[in-house]
Design a protein. Structure first.
Length: 350
């Protein structure tokens, strides 16, 4: 029996109401037309490896990571913004759809977000997973930076340049948008997961301590920064000593964590610079005036807006709600289909 980890709307919807899904590497969010965001859960599934039965999905499955016996595997079916395990992803999507649709035989029309750098095969895999999970065919897709720009309140239809940087769990999406289309873009698979991995590698190298993915993420949230801070903070970290194999406690500082994050953060800044270099001069002038907008969970890294401003000379601001920008944008595209329908594509084609 699948665990009830998902947070769902109090009033489940009926019929084939349209839904938008931000199928993220770290979290999956579902927006229902006329209802708003009804589900926000980690993209994690716990599976019985013997018969393939899903045991838990979402928050409950995430709590199992690194704590399961041999016959249970807690896995994230997406990696770098694309499907790594099709079968598990389809089960996860099916479960989430069922949580927001009380009539399980009705097929909702679905808009699903994909990274701008995905191949046609990867795009089609996402659509097929959604359709196998119960969505109506065709499933529509919207590129994540376009959705993030809409969700951040940018006027993407205007004849002027808007720049969005969406730093998610698996990918960093940088795009310059004008007249409803992407003029220049860069999709980098250096994002939140790589920041966590960099912290884990630093702990092994500098402290001889092995820590889990969740611990690395907690360190990033508590101590991570992109620029030097006026005050150095410290925190205790528990892990396994690589020499003795026994549990050990060490203290790390914000300076150490910043050093660990320096390389992946530099890669994110480089993606912004590359995109600016590809931008036509007229649109670059617009960006100089209106600035760069940051979205996604990675945008919350302390000091990142200041670092990008220092490296590019452009004004930088955070989206009103960075974590929800993509799904809010996809949801708005659903609500105002006549206005935004041109940026939503069915059957994997533009």
């Amino acid at each position: 029996m699948v665990g009830s980890g998902a947070r769902i709307a109090r009033n489940p919807i009926f019929g084939g109401r349209d839904i938008a899904v931000d199928l993220g590497t770290a979290n999956t969010l579902v927006y229902v037309r006329g209802e708003g965001i009804v589900l926000d859960e980690p993209s994690v599934v716990a599976v019985n490896v013997i018969d393939g039965t899903p045991l838990a999905v979402g928050s409950e499955a995430r709590r199992m990571i690194g704590r399961t016996p041999g016959h249970i595997q807690a896995t994230r079916p997406l990696k770098d913004g694309v499907i790594a395990d099709f079968e598990v992803c389809e089960k996860m999507l099916r479960y989430f759809i069922q949580q927001v649709h009380s009539r399980r035989w009705s097929k909702p029309r679905m808009v699903i977000c994909v990274p701008s750098g995905v191949t046609g095969v990867e795009r089609r895999a996402v659509q097929e997973a959604a359709e196998y999970a119960g969505a109506r065919s065709p499933t529509y897709v919207i590129e994540e930076p376009v959705a993030a720009a809409i969700g951040a309140g940018l006027d993407i239809a205007a004849p002027s340049g808007s720049m969005i940087v969406d730093i998610g769990g698996g990918t960093t999406e940088v795009a310059v948008i004008s007249l409803g289309g992407v003029v220049a873009s860069q999709s980098s698979r250096i994002a939140g997961d790589e920041l966590d991995e960099a912290i884990g590698q630093f702990m092994k190298k500098e402290h001889g301590l092995s820590i889990g993915v969740r611990a690395a993420e907690e360190i990033k949230i508590a101590l991570g920064s992109a620029v030097p801070l006026t005050r150095d903070h410290r925190a205790e970290v528990r892990g396994r000593d690589l020499m003795t194999g026994l549990p050990r406690l060490v203290t790390v500082s914000t300076n150490e964590v910043r050093e660990a994050l320096e390389e992946p953060v530099a890669s994110i800044v480089d993606a912004v610079k590359v995109t600016l270099d590809r931008t036509p001069p007229e649109l670059a002038a617009d960006i100089m005036e209106h600035g760069i907008t940051l979205a996604g969970g990675g945008a919350l890294l302390v000091g990142l807006p200041e670092l990008i401003h220092a490296e590019t000379g452009m004004p930088v601001r955070l989206a009103p709600d960075p974590l929800l920008a993509v799904v809010l944008g996809a949801g708005r595209a659903l609500e105002e289909f006549d206005m935004f329908g041109s940026v939503i594509f069915g059957d994997g084609s533009r």
